[in-house]
Design a protein around this ligand. Structure first.
Ligand code: PLP
Length: 366
C-alpha cells in the first residue's frame, strides 16, 4: 500500500542529528524556553524575513494568542467580528471563539480554496474588525489585494499559515503579509516537529512584546502576573528538532512542487479536477487536493490499487456538532468542496517513480 504520508520515512534522513540533539538536551538539564527555542525563533524570523517570531505550544494557541494580544492592546474588543473562510480546518474558527471574538464564515473561491478580495468586500461591515485568512492546502493567493483592502479599511489581518510554511507571493512569505501569522508544527506539516509545536510571526513590535508574556502565564517577572495569559511555550526539545528541519524546508517544499508538476502535466482525466500548477512558489502543496464528483468511488478505486488517500475535510465546520449554532447556515461552495475533495499522497515520502505510477492509475479511472 502506498501510504498517504510516511512520516518515519520523511524524518529518517535527520535521525542521526535528532539523536545527537537529544543527547545534548538530556545533558543540558534545561527543558523549557532555552537556547534551542531562541535559536529557532531567530532562524525562522530570518527565513521568513520578518522582525519577530515567538515559539508557542501549537498552531491553535498561536492564533488564540494573536487575537488575545490585540484584545489586550485594545485594538480588538470582546464580541468583535472576524471574517474567516467557511471551508477552513476547524482550528481557525475555534481560535476566534476561544479569544472571545465572533467568527463570520464566508465562502472561498472554488479554484484557490482561499478567500478572494471580492468575497471579503461583500461581507465587510462596521462590526468586522479583523480578517483571518487561511492559506489552505499550502497556497497563498490574492494576498496583495487582501492586504491593500485591509489597510484601506484599517482592519487587522491575521494569516493562518498552518499549512503554508515557505509559500510566498511576490517573494514575500506567508506570515509576513498580515499583522501576524500563526504556524503549526504538527508532525505532518511541511515543517513538522516530533510532537506539537507552533509559532507566531509579526512585524508589530507592540504585539510581540505582549505575546512574550501572554504565552507564559502573562508573566514578565517570575510569579508576577500582569495579565491572564496562557501556558503555551514551544518545547525546547521540539525546537531543537525544528532547528534541524528548518534548514531543509525549501528542499522539502521543492520536492512537493516537483511532484505536483509531474501530476498536473501527466494527468488529464475529466473526472478529476486537479489544482492548477503554480511555479512561482505561491503553492507548497501541503495537501494535493483534487475534486471529483463521485469522490467515494475515486477513493475506493485508488484503495483497490493500493493507494491511500485522505479527505480534507469530510464535514465543514458549520455542519459540525460542536458548532450547533451554525448548523442551519448554507455555504454551497464550501459544501461542494467537502463533498468532492480528495487528498492524494503527494509528498516527499513518495518517489518520482511512484508518482508516475499514480499518474497512470489516475488516468485510467473511469
Ligand atoms: C489551517 C489550520 N489552522 C490551524 C491548525 C492548528 O494547528 P495545531 O494542530 O498545531 O494546533 C491547523 C492544524 O492542522 C490547520 O490545518
Amino acid at each position: 500500500m502506498l501510504p498517504y504520508l510516511d512520516l518515519k520515512k520523511i524524518n529518517n534522513k535527520y535521525e542521526l542529528e535528532f539523536r545527537n540533539k537529544f543527547d545534548s538536551f538530556i545533558e543540558s538539564g534545561w527543558y523549557i524556553l532555552g537556547k534551542e527555542v531562541e535559536i529557532f525563533e531567530k532562524s525562522f524570523a530570518e527565513y521568513l524575513q520578518v522582525k519577530n517570531v515567538l515559539g508557542v505550544a501549537n498552531g491553535l494557541d498561536a492564533l488564540v494568542l494573536v487575537f488575545k494580544g490585540y484584545l489586550s492592546l485594545g485594538k480588538l474588543k470582546i464580541g468583535d467580528k472576524v471574517l474567516v473562510p467557511a471551508n477552513t480546518y476547524i482550528a481557525s474558527i475555534l481560535a476566534i471563539e476561544l479569544a472571545g471574538l465572533v467568527p463570520v464564515l464566508i465562502e472561498p473561491n472554488i479554484h484557490s480554496f482561499n478567500l478572494s478580495v471580492d468575497e471579503i468586500t461583500q461581507n465587510i461591515n462596521s462590526e468586522v474588525k479583523a480578517i483571518l485568512i487561511v492559506h489552505l492546502y499550502g497556497q497563498i493567493s490574492e494576498i496583495d489585494k487582501i492586504k491593500e483592502f485591509s489597510v484601506s479599511k484599517n482592519i487587522i489581518l491575521v494569516e493562518d499559515c498552518a499549512q503554508a510554511h515557505g509559500a510566498e507571493f511576490n517573494k514575500i512569505k506567508a506570515g509576513v503579509w498580515g499583522h501576524a501569522g500563526a504556524f503549526s508544527f504538527y508532525p505532518g506539516k511541511n515543517l513538522g516537529a516530533l510532537g506539537d509545536g507552533g509559532a507566531i510571526s509579526t512585524n508589530d513590535d507592540e504585539l510581540f512584546e505582549k505575546l512574550q508574556y501572554l504565552r507564559n502565564y502573562g508573566s514578565k517577572i517570575k510569579y508576577q502576573n500582569d495579565e491572564k495569559g496562557l501556558n503555551s511555550r514551544l518545547d525546547e526539545i521540539q525546537a531543537s528538532f525544528l532547528n534541524i528541519k528548518l534548514k531543509d524546508l525549501d528542499n522539502q517544499n521543492n520536492i512537493r512542487i516537483e511532484l505536483a508538476k509531474i501530476i498536473t502535466s501527466n494527468v488529464s482525466n475529466p473526472l478529476i479536477r486537479l489544482p492548477t500548477f503554480q511555479n512561482n512558489g505561491s503553492h507548497v502543496y501541503h495537501i494535493f487536493a483534487v475534486l471529483s464528483e463521485n469522490r467515494e468511488k475515486l477513493k475506493e478505486y485508488l484503495n483497490q490499487k493500493d493507494i491511500a488517500t485522505m479527505i480534507h475535510y469530510p464535514i465543514p465546520p458549520h455542519k459540525q456538532q460542536a458548532f450547533k449554532e451554525l448548523n442551519n447556515l448554507t455555504f454551497p461552495i464550501t459544501e461542494k468542496i467537502h463533498l468532492q475533495e480528495l487528498s492524494l499522497p503527494v509528498n516527499p515520502s513518495i518517489s518520482v517513480d511512484q508518482c508516475l505510477e499514480l499518474c497512470k492509475v489516475l488516468n485510467k479511472y473511469k
